[in-house]
Design a protein around this ligand. Structure first.
Ligand SMILES: Nc1ncnc2c1ncn2[C@@H]1O[C@H](COP(=O)(O)OP(=O)(O)OP(=O)(O)O)[C@@H](O)[C@H]1O
Length: 229
């Protein structure tokens, strides 16, 4: 579980009139489950990119458990992210030619931390997400199955925070329901802080807190009553 404190964050791109993201102050407690919503171009992906260190902020602090990742070099941010963040992206970022279990293990192998226990965990995670053929090649899987592989991969190293960008967007209702539930159940199991960008109301209604972005600003930040587990 990780806490997040953002302070004086500005993200600008050259050639634009103003910042695409501006957050004066924001805090997530360890284990928070937060939905991030907002219209197209409101800054949701930029928010994810800066809180995970994929992008460097222009100014400001992004402090995870006391560590300001905005001050780290790109290499150190990459290392920090690999250790602490489970990323589930809309387009999966899986590798064709590799099997389901090879995809789950790939980041850990690249980080040289894939020991026997992790191989066992990869197989267990695939079972948990409902996939019984660990050796099936990615390119032969349905989109719902691919998203489950991506979730298993994100959870392999028991990340302190899971960040999912539109995890149900390209799935039909039933697969989206399954993937949403898995994400919540598994975040609870690893006690991870959970940040989900989504337009899927069935999914966002299950989260405790909802941030709404407009033109790069947080325009609403609400706790939800009677959240379904
Ligand atoms: N690398 C970049 N260079 C210039 N402008 C950028 C860059 N990345 C994002 N932007 C701009 O920043 C704004 C926010 O983009 P962002 O992708 O964060 O929005 P979003 O809320 O995720 O949108 P969508 O829901 O359409 O994916 C947009 O106006 C976009 O054009």
């Amino acid at each position: 579980m990780l806490s997040l404190h953002i302070d004086g964050l500005i993200k600008s791109f050259p050639g634009l009139d103003g910042p695409v993201l501006r957050i004066d102050s924001l805090a997530f407690s360890p284990g928070d489950r937060v939905a991030v919503t907002g219209g197209s171009g409101s800054g949701k992906s930029t928010f994810i990119n800066v809180v995970t260190g994929l992008e460097r902020v222009t100014t400001g602090k992004v402090v995870w458990n006391g560590r300001d990742i905005a001050r780290l070099s790109e290499t150190s941010r990459d290392r920090w992210r690999a250790e602490h963040v489970g990323l589930v992206m809309q387009d999966f970022h899986l590798f064709p030619g590799l099997s389901a279990v090879e995809n789950v293990l790939l980041p850990a192998r690249l980080a040289r931390v894939a020991d026997a226990a992790m191989v066992t965990r990869a197989h267990e995670l695939l079972k948990t997400v409902g996939l019984s053929r660990p050796d099936q090649k990615i390119e032969t899987m349905s989109r719902g199955e691919m998203q489950r592989v991506a979730i298993a991969r994100a959870l392999l190293r028991k990340p302190g925070v899971i960040v999912a960008d539109e995890p149900t967007a390209s799935l039909d209702v039933e697969a989206g329901e399954t993937v949403g539930r898995l994400l919540l159940d598994m975040a609870a199991e690893t006690k991870s802080t959970l940040i989900v960008v989504s337009h899927d109301q069935r999914l966002t209604d299950r989260l405790d807190r909802r941030l709404t972005l407009r033109a790069g600003r947080i325009v609403a930040d609400s706790m939800r009553e009677g959240v379904a587990a």
